[in-house]
Design a protein around this ligand. Structure first.
Ligand code: G3I
Length: 380
């Protein structure tokens, strides 16, 4: 039974969800935590953690401790962050998060071994088709080996599909594709580039306990671009399975746009199709980087917060209905540190409000909306 405070907070949130213009604040002081309510349904719920505030901001650390059962580094485990030079490794930030997770009984994700971004400057002049496999294997052995046994899931490959690049199978023309893009067996272009096959096989060998994940964005929408990319991603995963490449899960980044919440039945088709498609391939699904961009909404905060909360609600209700989904992570926990104020900011330069907690670390309407979706999920 909800307490009176919980009930009132929930009602305020629901009212705001149905009337996005309404100026209501969420009274969520008595609400249970996202992590605990997720755990009651067998779901891992948590967030990405940024290295600097983890070191410097005690209130941020406390909020994560309170809310998260699973954490992932926003940047610290990436190739560029770990590899200042071809021979040197920088593990301080990654180790700090791994220790924080252990000290607080949290599950840890790894993000990521292979990505086309955050590759260091030295890569272009150093990595060639002749040494690329060695560089990749060394990296996964060194990094995966360091944290082996402590990682719940590794994003082995991130964002390898990008149809606008016009490569066969919708593959992205990434730095790794350019040096190791052909099929491992035939040496010619194929459905699974060598770098993907090598990365997954090496990751399994190095950390057999971690779920191995392919992670991508823009694959759950109902528009044509998302539908096309979704088909390409599912085809890649199917081709990997047919080849017995070790693959356990699909990461759906879930960077979504609050505009969608104004339409009827957002995410009903594409998101359900995507998750069912992954499930039919025998994969688990994780929502790995969820946040709700408010950049196309008018300035008033109550209106933005209500639309953001409604988007969390509809998205999570749809996704969590499928028992293949085992985890939900937001990309950050507080608007104080969201990446969206840097890379993808609003035209009017108002700070974005995409995360469950605001810049003062207070819960917004998104919190009761998320809690309601978690409570409504079937138990895993
Ligand atoms: O590390 C340098 C630092 O030395 C320098 O002083 C500072 C000055 O700008 O930049 C620092 O690097 C920044 C890095 O974050 C660490 O803070 C980069 O400029 C900045 O571009 C980088 O942004 C990250 C972005 O990935 C990089 O592509 C975001 O924080 C991070 O949230 C974002 O995360 C990605 C996921 O990994 C994959 N999915 C999409 C998601 C959002 O783009």
């Amino acid at each position: 039974m909800p307490t009176r405070r919980e009930f009132l907070a929930g009602s305020a949130a629901m009212l705001a969800l149905t009337q996005p213009g309404l100026a209501l604040a969420a009274d969520t002081t008595a609400l249970p935590t996202l992590g605990a309510i997720g755990a009651a349904r067998g779901l891992l719920v948590g967030c990405a953690v940024a290295a600097r505030p983890l070191r410097e901001d005690a209130a941020y650390r406390a909020l994560i401790r309170q809310q998260a059962r699973i954490v992932v580094a926003e940047n610290a485990f990436k190739f560029g962050a770990l590899r200042p030079s071809p021979t040197a490794y920088y593990f301080d930030d990654a180790d700090a998060l791994a220790s924080f997770a252990t000290e607080n009984n949290m599950v840890l994700r790894g993000h990521n071994f292979v990505w086309h971004r955050q590759i260091p400057r030295w890569f272009a002049g150093y990595v060639t088709p002749a040494n690329a496999e060695q560089v990749l294997v060394d990296h996964i052995e060194k990094v995966g080996g360091r944290y082996a046994g402590r990682i719940q899931s590794w994003d082995v490959v991130n964002e390898a599909v990008h149809p606008p690049d016009h490569l066969p199978h919708g593959l992205r023309n990434s730095p790794w594709q350019q040096v190791l893009g052909n099929d491992l067996q035939t040496g010619k272009p194929g459905a699974v580039p060598a770098y993907i096959e090598i990365a997954f096989r090496t990751a399994r060998r190095v950390d057999p306990k971690a779920l191995l994940t392919y992670n991508d964005y823009g694959i759950e929408g109902d528009d044509d671009a998302a539908a096309g990319k979704r088909r390409d991603v599912l085809a890649l995963l199917r081709a990997m399975k047919e080849r017995d490449i070790p693959l356990d899960a699909l990461g759906v980044q879930s960077h979504v746009d609050a505009r969608a919440s104004f339409a009827a039945g957002p995410f009903s088709k594409g998101l359900g199709e995507l998750i069912a498609g992954a499930r039919k391939l025998g994969l688990k699904v994780m929502l790995t980087e969820m946040d709700v961009n408010d950049k196309h909404l008018p300035p008033p905060i109550p209106q933005r917060d209500a639309a953001v909360a409604a988007t969390y609600a509809t998205y999570l209700q749809t996704a969590l209905a499928d028992p293949a989904v085992i985890a939900v992570l937001t990309w950050g926990i507080t608007d104080r540190y969201t990446w969206l104020n840097g890379e993808d900011s609003r035209a009017d330069k108002l700070p974005e409000r995409p995360l469950p907690f605001d810049a003062s670390l207070q819960p917004k309407l998104a919190v009761p909306a998320m809690l309601a979706a978690l409570r409504g999920a079937p138990t895993r």
